[in-house]
Design a protein around this ligand. Structure first.
Ligand SMILES: NC(=O)c1ccc[n+]([C@@H]2O[C@H](COP(=O)([O-])OP(=O)(O)OC[C@H]3O[C@@H](n4cnc5c(N)ncnc54)[C@H](OP(=O)(O)O)[C@@H]3O)[C@@H](O)[C@H]2O)c1
Length: 266
């Protein structure tokens, strides 16, 4: 049960920075109680204190490393113990590897796959049944326009985002008759800590401003998309145009581009 019968609760992974932090702020502003998850406890606590003070909502801070295969179960056990029902699940936590898959330690490749694919799937699996039973609920899975792009030599990020996009679309079709909305949100370049973590800040800072969006705007468009029951949303006209154009390329031409352009280290 949520804190009051009328207050809905949103669970946001990766809320300590970037797009997740913007989602947390937006949902708090809209009167949702929050469950915020990431590894950095201090950053989550600072955000929670600010949102509680500003919007009078309840914010539960759950520090977790979502690369740990037991993390989704641990998270949902904590929710059950606290009696929290989740109305909105936002699978947002993510990052990109800086080296090619073969030049990344296997333990780090497995952690990446856990955070970007297994954890979101398990959280959907664990939390969707109560949404179905309630006849309402929202899920936003943060994919990327990378899901539409041609393969990059040695890259796993585009593959992971492609997986999440297609998983999300299938899930949306399964959930729709039950009144639950599931949206795959596919942002392009967004101001956040993403490229600092990946180590590509210098390279991407050369890209023109029109290719970038603010995290707050991306979150707002995600919120609107899931509220309108959209299965997929690509924020921004530039990102929409680029994704549509690239999606039309035949497989041989897409593969031609593999290895020709990359910001990965090998
Ligand atoms: N920025 C872009 O250009 C862009 C474009 C398209 C899609 N996206 C996607 O948008 C999502 C959000 O990224 P962002 O741009 O906001 O990046 P960000 O500013 O680096 O934020 C990433 C968030 O994920 C959390 N996270 C990373 N690894 C985690 C782990 N093992 N366990 C728990 N939490 C973890 C981080 O928290 P801690 O470090 O505290 O754990 C942080 O809160 C990602 O899925 C990303 O792939 C980003």
């Amino acid at each position: 049960m949520s804190s009051s019968a009328t207050v809905k609760t949103a669970l946001i992974t990766g809320a300590s920075a970037g797009i997740g932090k913007s989602f947390a702020t937006l949902y708090a502003k809209n009167g949702f109680d929050l469950v915020i998850v990431a590894r950095r406890k201090d950053a989550l606590q600072t955000l929670a204190d600010a949102l509680k003070k500003e919007h009078g909502v309840m914010v539960h801070v759950i520090p977790l490393d979502l690369a740990n295969p037991s993390a989704p179960e641990e998270l949902t056990n904590t929710l059950d113990a606290k009696g929290i029902d989740i109305h909105t699940l936002i699978n947002n936590a993510g990052y990109a590897l800086s080296h090619s898959t073969l030049n990344t330690e296997l333990v780090d490749v497995k952690a990446f796959m856990q955070v970007l694919m297994s954890t979101p799937v398990e959280l959907c699996h664990r939390l969707a049944p109560s949404m179905i039973a309630a006849g309402e609920g929202h899920i936003i899975n943060i994919s990327s326009i990378a899901a539409f792009m041609p393969p990059i030599k040695g890259d796993i990020y585009c593959a992971a985002k492609s997986f999440l996009l297609n998983f999300s679309l299938g899930l949306a079709a399964e959930l729709k008759p039950a009144g639950v909305h599931c949206t795959a949100l596919c942002p392009g370049f967004t101001f956040s800590e993403f490229h600092d973590v990946m180590g590509t800040r210098k390279a991407v800072s050369k890209l023109p401003r029109f290719m970038w969006m603010d995290a707050d705007e991306v979150a707002l468009q995600g919120y609107q998309a899931v509220s309108q029951g959209k299965d997929i949303h690509i924020p921004g006209r530039v990102n929409q145009g680029a994704s549509q154009l690239v999606s039309m390329l035949p497989p041989q031409i897409r593969q031609f581009f593999a290895g020709r352009q990359s910001i990965l280290e090998y």
